[in-house]
Ligand binder design. Sequence first.
Ligand code: DOR
Ligand code: ZN
Length: 345
Amino acid sequence: MTSHLTIRRPDDWHVHLRDGDMLKAVVDYTARQFARAIVMPNLTPPVITVAAAEAYRQRILDALPADADFTPLMTCYLTDGADPEEIARGYEQGVFAACKLYPAHATTNSAHGVTDVRKLTGLLETMQRIGMPLLIHGEVTDRDVDIFDREAVFIERVLAPLVRDYPGLKVVFEHITTAEAVDFVAGSGPLIGATITPQHMIINRNAIFDGGIRPHAYCLPVAKREQHRLAVRKAAVSGSPKFFLGTDTAPHTVGRKEAACGCAGIFNAPFALESYIQVFDEENALDRFEGFASEHGPNFYGLPLNEGTVTLVRGGETVPERIVDGDIDLVPFHAGETLGWRIQG
Ligand code: DOR
Ligand code: ZN
């Protein structure tokens, strides 16, 4: 049995680093494990301009320990009024790595999101022309659609027509949770990729209702039935270059999670790689882990692979029940569990 695995340094293609004290409390967990991360722009107010992204990038860099070797890749939050010229300028100047499309009211801080993709025609033409990736939270927001069907319905109503209308547009279908999403991505051309979180490979929807309401297992898109978890796992370990690592680590304080209307999000950054490698190990796919964690993402984005390596060793530690930093109190994914792998220090 393999006792350790050394891979090229990985990247996280989907993180929420937040701002202020929360940023200071969480950023190092991501920076310790990953060389680069695609940083989500759903702050209050959202990151819409080049100047706001530059200022946020600086706040992230300032929050890092002095010896950190980590590059945040910034994204632009799309609104109905998104300005193609501003966004193209940000991309060409190397400030924006991508644009993020939140359907309005789909999730945390998405109130300013896009009400109809048809409002983005000019922008999508520009992004297609300059090769700028579009990152999509793929759920319809129609309250008449069952929450467990919102991703599949989004594919049919929004994503398939979009991909057909913009055949040259690079699209990342973020945090996929269903067999329909796996099939759509696998059946599309090379410009369509997807990120996969650890939680959507590890839990199914039962975890949210296991003996009572479990707010720390609640994120969006919500975990689905077992058959979908299995399909997402299979895609991740398949070796296909279309699927890559994106944790969607989304910290909210315990008070905001354990509430009458608890926030969506799983804080998985502290043990992200350990969580992913466990899945690849269980699937007898350790030989495919490096591709998923360190190669498919940069290749999709057209960025160089990282130099340096990280070594994971069999035999894990117990994940703390709480992670506390000043007033910030967080419950990490896998709280209280002992994981099968650890990072060699
Ligand atoms: O669970 C989630 N949390 N899903 C999202 O799409 C947003 C995120 C957040 O920002 O908390
Ligand atoms: Zn997210």
